[in-house]
Write a new protein. Sequence first.
Lengths: 187, 150
Amino acid sequence: MFAARANSARQLLGAALMSCSVGLTAPARSAETPPLTHGLTPLPNPSAAPALALPDLDGKIHDLTALKGKPVVVNFWATWCPPCRREMPSLERLRQTLGSRGLEVLAVDVGEDADTVFAFTGQLEPAPNYPLLLDRDSAAMQRWKVKGLPTTFVVDAQGIIVFRAVGGREFDHAAIVEQLTRLLPPQ
Amino acid sequence: MQDHGVTLSLTQIAPEPARAFYLNRGFSIADAGIYADACVYMTVLRNDSAPGEVNFRVADWRVESMGQIQPPRLLEDWMALWGQRGVSEPSRIAFRWAQFPPEQEYSPGEWNQGMLAIGLSADTRFTLIARWQVAGKDYEGRLENVRCAR
């Protein structure tokens, strides 16, 4: 067991970091920023995905059951969540890589309105080209037993949750692409 | 702190940015101030290479300061307070999900980043004792002599 000391300089750096993070400016990066993870956690006991039917920014309802037959990445996030903001461009790059082979992506924002989400995602490069759904009362998050943001699930073509990712990911990393490719039909 | 394959870090969020964050999410000046002045830290816990799934409950953690030992301010207590003070549901939802999870399980590579209020006043020094389990075995890590700056 050992102890670490948090010094004043680190605390000042932290204050500056959070000034950026809470102010919804550009994503903050520093030596303090935890690395994004390069893998998904296989679930030892896969189970059926809970219901998910939510409106997008235009009010159109997207129902997960309508995507049965395709693997779906379901990402729970919020604009003020630093690791959510960092991982989001990689989610779009993943869609660009595997979308043509049938992979679908749904991003579920918790507790925010369409204007807030739209303003944020407009700053992203690449901008998300997958549905951004609004879980205004966090009922979907609770149904999916999310405990912290970001949390991502991968639902296979049969509607079973087979992977989980708690914390930020680099979704277009080769290791994750390889895990997801195994869920897709052979080329 | 890196120990037993787990990394824990605290990075203080100064009162002003903490206050601004909650004012922007519908809290009153008074309510945002109660939280912002409770010594708030951006907290990251990560399972880098523990020999299995890490399980923890923040209620099991302890803050030692000036001879007193107490848990950090718990999410359920904050939520009860906001209910009593009439904080709106959207604001309470934003608060809930901005906090470090009160309990969680991390497989290797999994982690969270969220706010944790220690519940001490400014200029106080403290030791945070974090506790977790892996495969039923108890582990403990300490962050010592942390200062809550103004």
